[in-house]
Design a protein around this ligand. Structure first.
Ligand SMILES: [Cu+2]
Ligand SMILES: [Zn+2]
Length: 220
């Protein structure tokens, strides 16, 4: 990389896209300039941001503003005496998270309660350490799919196939990852239960024992 010999004012003009018609920013082959290969300086970044121009920021090699929510990953491990296990990815979508993955070791053909719990601690043999359902807004337990009152952490029952496997691909509105807000599930836990959630019994749908648990961590 060749050191730049341009004056700061011209560099600023390039960042702002003002001087491109002057072929001073290395766009024209006839100039032979290698300026495009240089790394943006702090001044480039500041100037681009001050201009309020996302394209200028991109031209200066600055990434677009970070999304408000990140992807997360959960590895579900069986609790004592159970065999359920799996892995989930929680990907940001508009207004919520898309939960995808697969879980094995379930009861063949059965439904299993499935929730985000408030404490990211699966260390107890029965996963009681994960606490109650994630409920930042003080709601009653309920049926998310029916549109009624529900905990933020209430999710539809898992449905196991004849081999005891469940594939998960569902959108959960209202949850976030990494925002630091009330609905941020990073550091919380996902729990799978032995019985189906009845979506009515308080405070947890009468879903029985916790058969798998995993802490929600950052993906990658
Ligand atoms: Cu639960
Ligand atoms: Zn609940």
């Amino acid at each position: 990389m060749r050191p730049t010999t341009r004056l700061p004012a011209l560099r600023l003009a390039c960042v702002l896209g003002i001087a491109t018609l002057l072929a001073a920013c290395g766009d024209a082959p006839s100039t032979g300039a290698a300026a495009d290969a240089e790394a943006p300086t702090a001044e480039d970044v500041a100037a681009a941001e001050a201009a309020g121009d996302a394209q200028a920021a991109a031209d200066a090699g600055v990434a677009a503003p970070a999304p408000a929510t990140l992807a997360a990953r959960v590895v579900l491990a069986p609790t004592e005496g159970h065999a359920a296990a799996g892995e989930l990815t929680l990907s940001p979508v508009d207004g919520g998270l898309q939960v995808t993955g697969s879980i094995t070791g379930l009861t063949a053909g059965a439904q299993h309660g499935f929730h985000v719990h408030e404490t990211g601690d699966c260390s107890a043999p029965d996963a009681s350490s994960a606490g109650g359902h994630f409920n930042p807004h003080g709601a009653a337990h309920g049926d998310r799919s029916g549109g009624g009152e529900h905990h933020a952490g209430d999710m539809p029952n898992l449905v196991a196939d004849a081999s005891g496997n469940a594939s998960v691909d569902g959108r959960v509105d209202g949850l976030e990852v990494g925002t630091g807000g009330a609905n941020d599930v990073l550091g919380k836990a996902v729990v799978v239960h032995l019985q189906p959630d009845d979506y009515a019994s308080q405070p947890a749908g009468n879903a029985g024992a916790r058969i798998a648990c995993g802490v929600i961590g950052p993906a990658g």
